[in-house]
Design a protein around this ligand. Structure first.
Ligand code: G6P
Length: 375
């Protein structure tokens, strides 16, 4: 009802603005990196499985999820391989459950789900178990869900109830949980120095304040949304950690505005999508650092030559300036490894405000459901 919405027009907007609180709650009580954060939830108050024992033993991670949760998994792969030095594979649950794969019992199967009830993710988990992978962990927003019951280990995100069909605060809290998981695995394997632990904890504790300053970019994003509302197509580019964020940005735009949006790894621009660029195709570039910007400059000429317009979400420490056909929003800071959590927020706001300008049903987009409990 209107009372619950407070000053917001829709749940999606309210949930975007709740992210500093949601991340704060998710990280509350995290005094240090301990694998116990992921211990199993035992039935009837009994102690569950020990995460430390599991983490020490595994040499691979297999992440299974759908939709937005799949993109948080894609982001975590970069962290897990670079910080915890553990080989990580991320699969769309509906693909994994039906394909032949090569199982390895020393794999930790990680499911990610807001609802904990997504049919394909649950089936993919069972499939992995049937293949002999007994070590299972879930990052989930609902403590009483089937997913939490089915997995040995669990981490409950504290996004709170998410009502908007397009996931926002669940995504960023999943990222926070996955970052903690990365550190906990690194620690169990003796790959996390005390200095790095202290630095990462400090960066995580800064997240609520950092998110608040990113939310303050809303007026600039509304300016971009006015342009996007008149388009039928959009292209999102990202690299590294921000490639999954570009994918998530494109998904958000599709879901709530019905604008056809695609995301590409920036280096692939020349290998196909450049052919689509016209004055009717806005191109969003996520978080380019200065090296990527150097590369983007030549792409930019090509995009400009075709009348395309670039919307660059520049990292806090880049020097890029706006010009004709090049719109820049500079992030307030440089965020290091946690950068994806911050850069997704302007993209959520872009989708939200573009939807408002187009007058779509933001919280209940056509043909979509909050939780897909049937195949
Ligand atoms: C649906 C929702 C998405 C969500 C996906 C996976 O498609 O509309 O927002 O990302 O399901 O849901 P889950 O609850 O497993 O994260």
């Amino acid at each position: 009802g209107a009372a619950e919405l407070g000053p917001y027009r829709h749940y999606m907007q309210k949930e975007i603005f709740e992210q500093p609180r949601a991340i704060g709650d998710t990280l509350e009580g995290v005094a240090g990196i301990v694998p116990e954060l992921f211990d199993g939830i035992g039935q009837d108050g009994a102690t569950g499985a020990s995460a430390h024992r599991v983490f020490k033993d595994i040499d691979k991670i297999l992440i299974l999820a759908c939709g937005t949760s799949y993109y948080s998994g894609c982001t975590a792969k970069y962290w897990l391989e670079s910080i915890a030095k553990i080989s990580t594979q991320v699969e769309i649950a509906s693909e994994y459950r039906y394909r032949d794969s090569v199982p390895d019992p020393k794999t930790l199967v990680v499911t990610i789900s807001q609802s904990g009830e997504t049919a394909d993710t649950l089936a993919a988990l069972k499939h992995a178990r049937e293949l002999g992978m007994a070590q299972t962990l879930t990052i989930c927003n609902v403590a009483t869900s089937a997913m939490v019951r089915e997995c040995k280990l669990a981490y409950i995100t504290r996004a709170g109830v998410e009502i908007g069909v397009a996931s926002t605060k669940a995504f960023t809290t999943q990222l926070a949980g996955l970052f903690l998981l990365t550190l906990a695995i690194a620690q169990s394997k003796g790959r996390l120095s005390e200095a790095d632990e202290a630095r990462y904890l400090k960066e995580m504790r800064h997240l609520p304040v950092a998110l608040q300053s990113v939310l303050a970019l809303e007026p600039q994003i509304i300016g971009w949304a006015e342009d996007f509302a008149r388009k039928d197509n959009a292209l999102f580019l990202g690299r590294g950690l921000h490639y999954p964020i570009a994918l998530e940005g494109a998904l958000k735009l599709k879901e709530v505005t019905y604008i056809h949006a695609e995301a590409y790894a920036a280096g692939e621009l020349k290998h196909g999508p450049l052919a689509l660029v016209t004055s009717e195709m806005p191109v969003v570039a996520v978080a380019p650092n200065d090296t990527l910007l150097e590369k983007l400059k030549s792409n930019l000429q090509e995009v400009r030559a075709r009348g395309g317009v670039l919307y660059v979400l520049a990292d806090g420490d880049t020097k890029i300036k706006g010009s004709e056909g090049l719109h820049v929003i500079r992030m307030p800071e440089h965020y290091g490894a946690l950068s994806p959590l911050l850069h997704v927020v302007p993209l959520q706001l872009l989708a939200y405000h573009t939807a408002c300008a187009r007058g779509t049903d933001v919280d209940k987009p056509r043909n979509l459901a909050k939780s897909v409990t049937v195949e």
